[in-house]
Design a binder for this molecule. Structure first.
Ligand code: SF4
Ligand code: SF4
Length: 461
């Protein structure tokens, strides 16, 4: 694609990068075929190619009227990055979108309501201190809340626990080992689905890996980034680097169990490349970060079988779960959490279970990880239900469900219809946002896949 950037635009790092990305697009439009908003709305400007043109015009010839139009269509983008997976030219759409959103917000003022809503979301949702309190308040006032907010409330029983306990949930005891993983606890997940981190610790215990938790770690910055709030996002990243860097020499991996956080932390190197104080640390942390699926697959020692060979087959089709190492208790490693309770409430019932797997966009498009979870679940004895259009977003997308409720709702209904065709007993996913969003209308348990795997491995042990 030809571009005509002004000299002033090319004088900035973001201008040069946008120019480079735009020039890699050959405007073939193949990406439109896998864009959820283009499929729903049928408008070229609500597909990736149209949005790329809008961003180009924002950067080449700033004009408030045009910027307002661009802002509307960029707001409707889910940042799911399905278009990136489809694009044959390797266009870095997600990165371009970040630059385009900043430009649109600079050129066109938002309404007071939009500003207030976005500020509130950017302050409260990533806050380990305030999010649990708002959840508790929301549950108390549930009957007066608009349907949209009511549906967004976490459905986990943990949400009815006192807010003080939610910010420091009780986790199972950590078994010390020479192999250590620094587990990112996240922000929303820690409060809304604390059973997930508990399941990760149980899984690591059974695999002979000691879980290390960092005091002072919080939101990865992804939520603020999604909202176009660069300053608080960078502040969150720096705070995490302060908390995590001192522990890096003592661990093999930094592990994220929420794919939305993992995709952001893996990108810290790029996001803080211009920060002289933190660039090196950001790059080191990013290089050590793995999604839980990558580490779990390495630990259980099996590559994911081809999906075609496991989907729809009877349980145990992919062979028995490997034996797990028996642990010997030893003194607790500094940074590990002592605990009082091991088992969460079992919502899954007795195995075997038919599972519908929903791969979050941040896993399959953002991190380009496919097949690992499916392989491990099948190997552990779960039957995988066939799911159509698995590449499409469920509509959660950070705060999208609150800012674009109609589109998010339609995407959720479509996704649940596809997930439940084969009547699975449980839906599994890998990101807290998808889990909460789908659970609000699923009529069956929606869990993190590690809850299934940790139980299965524990059963074998
Ligand atoms: S598929 Fe890639 S090259 Fe083609 S229009 Fe979309 S972004 Fe541009
Ligand atoms: S990120 Fe998703 S919603 Fe946005 S343009 Fe790409 S495919 Fe469409």
């Amino acid at each position: 694609m030809e571009t005509q950037f002004s000299r002033a635009a090319l004088a900035t790092a973001s201008g040069r990068r946008a120019n480079e990305i735009l020039r890699s697009c050959v405007h073939c439009g193949l990406c439109n075929a896998t864009c959820p908003t283009y499929q729903l709305l049928g408008d070229e400007l609500d597909g990736p190619r149209g949005r790329i043109y809008l961003i180009k015009s924002l950067l080449e010839a700033p004009e408030p009227g045009r910027a307002k139009v661009a802002q509307t269509h960029l707001d409707r983008c889910l940042t799911c990055r399905a278009c990136e997976t489809t694009c044959p030219s390797g266009v870095a759409y997600g990165e371009l979108l970040e630059i385009g959103r900043d430009a649109a917000d600079e050129q066109a003022a938002r309404t007071l309501w939009q500003r207030m809503m976005r500020q509130w979301l950017g302050l409260v949702v990533p806050s380990i201190r305030w999010f649990p309190r708002w959840v508790a308040l929301g549950r108390l006032l549930r009957w007066v809340l608009p349907a949209r907010l009511k549906a967004a409330l976490p459905g986990s029983p943990a949400a009815s626990v006192a807010p003080s306990k939610l910010s420091k949930p009780v986790l199972p005891p950590v078994k010390p080992s020479s192999r250590r993983a620094l587990l990112l606890q996240g922000c929303v997940q820690r409060a809304a689905t604390p059973e997930v981190n508990a399941a990760v610790i149980r899984f690591f215990n059974n695999q002979g890996v000691e879980t290390v938790l960092a005091d002072g770690e919080g939101c990865c910055g992804g939520l603020n980034l999604h909202l176009g709030q660069a300053a608080p996002a960078r502040q969150a990243m720096r705070r995490n680097l302060d908390a995590l860097t001192p522990l890096l020499d003592q661990v093999q991996w930094v592990v994220s169990s929420a794919s939305g956080c993992g995709v952001t932390v893996k990108d810290y190197g790029r996001l803080l490349a211009d920060d002289p104080e933190y660039a090196a640390a950001a790059s080191r942390l990013a290089s050590m970060t793995r999604d839980l699926a990558e580490v779990a697959a390495e630990l259980v020692g099996r590559d994911a079988p081809a999906l075609a060979s496991v989907q729809g087959k009877p349980v145990n089709a992919a062979g028995p779960v490997p034996a797990v190492k028996q642990m010997t208790p030893s003194p607790t490693f500094p940074g590990s959490t002592p605990a009082a309770r091991d088992e969460p409430a079992d919502v899954l019932g007795p195995p075997p279970r038919k599972v519908a797997w929903h791969p979050p966009c941040t896993l399959q498009h953002g991190q380009r990880i496919s097949g690992l979870v499916e392989g491990m679940l099948a190997a552990a004895g779960y039957e995988l239900a066939p799911v159509k259009d698995a590449h499409l977003c469920c509509g959660a997308a950070g705060t999208y469900a609150l800012l674009q409720p109609e589109l998010a709702d339609q995407l959720k209904r479509n996704k649940l219809a596809n997930l439940t065709v084969a009547q699975p007993q449980v839906i599994a996913t890998a990101n807290v946002g998808c889990q909460m969003h789908l659970a609000s209308a699923a009529h069956r348990p929606v869990v993190h896949w590690i809850q299934l795997l940790s139980r299965s491995v524990s059963d074998v042990a």
